[in-house]
Design a protein around this ligand. Structure first.
Ligand code: SF4
Length: 370
């Protein structure tokens, strides 16, 4: 059952279009993005609201006329919404270059839906001084583009945005720590609503909501830490029902390696000689995503999360056709198995209906872990 504590977050997620249209009607420019490698702090500091585009669980007939069926349901669903006019309030899309599906959609969107600004920002794979210089140059390209649509760049404003986003991420990471200890009074489905609302809500408003939420924890009984502890790893998860089924069937999601989760928050901030350097430092050293790192670099991060959370197994949940995650999976599963950590991989489609096969596979996996 949905907790009353998360109702404000659920409300925003369920009424995304009306919520954002109202913000745009106040004269605020809104820029969309797909992946969490987009430098939100920079966009926000220039007076523009960055909003993560969400997928759709409906038929994607319009999108099918422009893209093949074998791209991930998430970006296909977002395109469908764009073609249907649901993102008419957007000034454009800025995307940190991660996977080809997301970046390809940016071009298709520009040609078929239109807007003022479209940019797939190149990102370095390596962490070196030259990579940092490259990224700084691309950040400055982005500053010029945002200025062309009315943005105003000031170092002091960027520093304020870095602090604001850093505070949000730290608040979320504190909740992750509570979750490891079994003292977070939210189910995994409710917690996902809290995360998803953060992609839509302007950051100052979202931070206020998080503070209100956390203040209610002290007066709420802690959640009983029962169920088999598992970690969920994969790409974007928008369907809270998946987590509800796992927990209803006797699992307890204690940690995640998701871009709608921990990967978006760790680390909370970076450091450097100026605000742009601090921004670059955070994005170059953030918790790795398969689209921007090599599989064996991800493994120690995953192992640390398993150890910190006490997870007994890993449930991989992939968007269908999500190439970066599917390519890493065989190596991760093999290496985890060698460490005595069983795993299960399931591809999810756009349908909100979770089929019986999903439930059966979850039940069998949990039996193995008991
Ligand atoms: S990383 Fe995967 S889920 Fe995310 S946009 Fe790319 S293909 Fe889709």
């Amino acid at each position: 059952m949905r907790s009353k504590m998360v109702e404000p977050f659920v409300e925003i997620v369920r009424n995304e279009q009306a919520y954002l249209t109202e913000i745009a009607s106040r004269g605020k420019a809104i820029i969309g993005y797909f992946c969490t490698y987009t430098p939100l702090e920079l966009i926000h500091s220039m007076g523009i609201v960055p909003v993560r585009l969400t997928g759709s669980s409906r038929q994607t007939d319009k999108a099918y006329s422009l893209v093949p069926s074998f791209i991930c349901p998430y970006v296909r669903g977002a395109l469908e919404k764009g073609l249907g006019g649901e993102y008419n309030f957007l000034s454009g899309i800025i995307q940190g270059y991660t996977c080809d599906a997301a970046c390809g959609i940016v071009n298709i969107w520009e040609e078929n839906i239109g807007g003022k600004l479209f940019y797939s920002m190149p990102l370095p794979y390596n962490k070196s001084a030259a990579s940092g210089e490259f990224m700084r140059a691309r950040m400055m390209d982005l500053v010029k583009m945002l200025e062309s649509i009315g943005g105003d760049f000031q170092e002091g404003k960027l520093r304020s945005s870095l602090e604001l986003y850093g505070e949000i991420r730290q608040a979320m990471l504190d909740m992750y720590t509570m979750r490891y200890r079994g003292s977070l009074p939210l189910s995994a489905g409710d917690f996902l609503y809290v995360v998803l609302a953060g992609f839509i809500t302007p950051p100052a408003d979202y931070l206020a909501m998080l503070k209100t939420l956390v203040s209610t924890f002290t007066t709420t009984a802690t959640r009983k830490p029962d169920g088999v502890p598992i970690l969920v790893s994969g790409s974007i998860i928008e369907n809270t029902r998946l987590f509800e089924i796992v927990e209803d069937r006797g699992g307890r999601i204690v940690a995640d390696d998701l871009c709608t989760g921990y990967r978006n928050f760790s680390p909370p901030s970076g450091s450097g000689k100026d605000a742009v350097d601090a921004l670059i430092d955070r994005y170059m050293n953030r918790f790795p995503c398969p689209s921007r790192s090599r599989v064996l670099e991800r493994l120690p991060h995953l192992a640390d999360l398993i150890q910190a959370s006490g997870a007994k197994g890993v449930l991989f949940l992939f968007q269908k056709f999500c190439t970066p995650h599917l390519a890493d999976h065989p190596v991760l599963a093999r290496e985890l198995n060698a460490k005595g950590i069983p795993s299960l991989a399931i591809e999810i489609a756009e349908s909100p209906d979770v089929d019986g096969q999903f439930m059966t596979r979850i039940e069998s996996f949990l039996e193995i872990l008991k």
